[in-house]
Design a protein. Structure first.
Lengths: 488, 100
């Protein structure tokens, strides 16, 4: 969203200048403007001068007061002086600063500004002054916002007021003032009223603006917004099934894995403590998704969210894959996107658990360790119903890299290692009632359905540990891992 | 010339929800009956407010209702947060005496 959406003012045909006294170049050209006004008098051509800070300036040209910066803002003036040609009420050309040759050509006066230096750059327009810019943005673009304005009582503490209204996840949120929301919307080229998704459980059409408000609450910077928008869109697809994921008694919540150049552009963490706290982009993108589901969709713990225990990742669970240091193609490429695409992949996951293997130096041995960990997702005797994400750390990845194992080779090994004996999985087998149906006894049962194991590379450079994020009910009866390209 | 204090600035925020509920916080519904309810009587520390509340207490207790008494340290300020919390956890309804 830009100032281009703002209506242009109607101007008098001829020349229009915008100046301010607090600009040495404007002071310099003040006599030139007076000279021009004199020359044009009686010719039928006009010079209109707008002054941003002092109605008396420049003397002798009958300057019009633009102290409220209305004209300057709507003309998108960035530099003073700016000189414009107006034809039929609309701008046809403009020049900025002082350049004798330019001004002469622009005005058709070949001897203009004889005594002035050849060139002086202009100064910043007051419309860009940090102390004015926010107020102008709200004044001119605030009306594009459709959301209800809520006035907090003068004696209410802002933070407490937002808790009281039920808009937070239990941690403080940033008050979504119009100026903050407008600033957030600068992070996307999408229109504020564009519908991003229909958000469960209340199945509410959610606009870019509503996502932006929740991104402000979550603490996002504007450049994170495209990732949040893609995450919301992916979460609300039929395949991902945010409704079921929310309503389940299971631990899981949406895990956001981000790939591509945007992860580096916005400073996401894929290294030390990638799954932990401390990185603003990781923390707030995942949180913005959760707050959108809570606030727009109405998904509140104890309401439609029926989790028995939940997991701390339901505040936020978002990280980037370390693609640069990975021995393998990224998750995104594996899922059919180009290496330069930026994507989000949503996974219905529980909290991460660690797999320790500090001794294996062969890929075979390490794969067996990791497979044992993967087998334990949900329950070692349950198969097919739960997907998983394996987050391979750099030190574990090195073992595979040095042995020349591709990701496909590792997957092949896992397929073999995780082809389980149905007899061992059967209910009551091993003295454990939980298990798979009896009819699978005597057959081989894969732990994961096709496509049910996602492998990514992330983490700090030291530590022979990897991590496993167990899934929720997989596939069409539960959740399908969902990847979407991030659009600007 | 009359001195006027500067107005306290208000904050306007945009509603992050689907806007299905009123923007202003709603009062709880009045209970249909006081049977079994604990009634808080809040004295705001204005003169003779206690006289009024004493009489109310007599009448409520005579009806077999349970009464808890509270007192604000001063009528000039909102009730301290601990007091509000205590009232909200102990009582089902509260009667505040605005005396003058």
């Amino acid at each position: 969203m830009t100032a281009a959406t703002v209506t242009r003012p109607t101007l008098i045909d001829g020349l229009v200048a915008v100046v301010k006294r607090d600009c040495p170049t404007c002071e310099l050209v003040a006599p030139v403007l007076a000279d021009l006004a004199g020359r044009l008098a009686g010719t039928g051509r006009t010079l209109t001068v707008y002054t941003q800070d002092d109605p008396e300036f420049p003397a002798g040209v009958g300057a019009l007061d633009d102290l409220d910066l209305d004209v300057s803002y709507r003309l998108e003036i960035e530099t003073v002086p700016t000189l414009l040609h107006i034809e039929a009420g609309a701008e046809s050309a403009r020049i900025v600063g002082w350049s004798r040759d330019e001004w002469r050509a622009f005005t058709g006066c070949d001897d203009l500004g004889e005594d002035l230096p050849e060139y002086r750059p202009g100064c910043g327009s007051l419309t860009l002054d940090p102390s004015r810019a926010d107020e102008l943005t709200v004044r001119f673009q605030g009306s594009t916002l459709r959301s209800r304005r809520v006035t907090l009582a003068a004696l209410e503490d802002e933070m407490e007021a937002l808790f009281d209204r039920g808009w937070t996840d239990g941690l403080p949120v940033v008050p979504p003032t119009p100026v903050r929301v407008l600033r957030m919307l600068e992070g996307t080229a999408r229109a504020p009223d564009e519908v991003v998704a229909v958000v469960p459980p209340d199945l509410v059409e959610c606009t870019v603006e509503k996502v932006a408000i929740n991104a402000v609450l979550a603490g996002c910077r504007p450049e994170y917004l495209p990732v949040v928008l893609a995450a919301v869109e992916a979460a609300c697809t039929d395949g991902f099934n945010m409704h079921g994921l929310l309503a389940t008694t299971y631990f899981s919540g949406p895990v956001v894995m981000v790939n591509g150049p945007i992860t580096r552009a916005i400073g996401m963490n894929s290294g030390i403590n990638a799954l932990g706290q401390g990185n603003r982009a990781n923390a707030t993108i995942g949180r913005a998704l959760q707050l959108t589901v809570r606030n727009v969709g109405g998904g509140v713990p104890g309401g439609v969210d029926r989790a028995t225990l939940g997991n701390p990742g339901k505040y936020t669970f978002c990280f980037a894959e370390d693609e640069v240091g990975s021995p393998w193609e990224s998750l995104s490429v594996e899922r059919g996107f180009g290496p330069d695409a930026s994507t989000v992949t949503l996974f219905a996951g529980e909290g991460p658990r660690g797999v320790v293997d500090q001794l294996s130096r062969t890929p075979e041995s390490l794969a067996r360790s990791l497979a044992l960990g993967l087998r334990a997702i949900a329950h070692p005797k349950l198969a097919l119903a739960f997907d998983g994400v394996l987050v391979v750390s750099p030190e574990h990845a090195r073992v595979f890299r040095e042995a020349g194992w591709t990701k496909a080779r590792l997957r092949q090994e896992f397929d073999e290692l995780l082809a389980l004996d149905g007899t061992e999985l059967a209910r009551d087998a091993g003295g454990i009632t939980e298990g798979m149906p009896e009819f699978l006894s005597g057959t081989t049962v894969p732990k994961f359905r096709d496509g049910g194991l996602l492998i990514v590379h992330a983490g700090g450079g030291a530590g022979l540990f990897s991590s496993i994020i167990g899934g929720w009910v997989s596939g069409s009866s539960g959740s399908q891992p969902t990847t979407l390209e991030i659009r600007p | 010339m009359t001195a006027r204090s500067a107005p306290v600035p208000e904050t306007v925020v945009l509603d992050p929800t689907a806007e299905r509920k009123p923007a202003q916080r709603q009062l709880l519904k009045r209970p249909g009956s006081l049977d079994g309810a604990t009634i808080g009587l809040l004295d705001i520390s204005k003169a003779r407010g206690d006289v009024f509340l004493d009489r109310l207490e007599e009448q409520l207790v005579a009806r077999g209702l349970r009464v808890e008494r509270f007192r604000k340290p001063t009528f000039t300020k909102p009730a301290p947060i601990d007091l509000r919390h205590e009232i909200s956890t102990k009582c089902d309804v509260v009667i505040e005496a605005l005396a003058d």
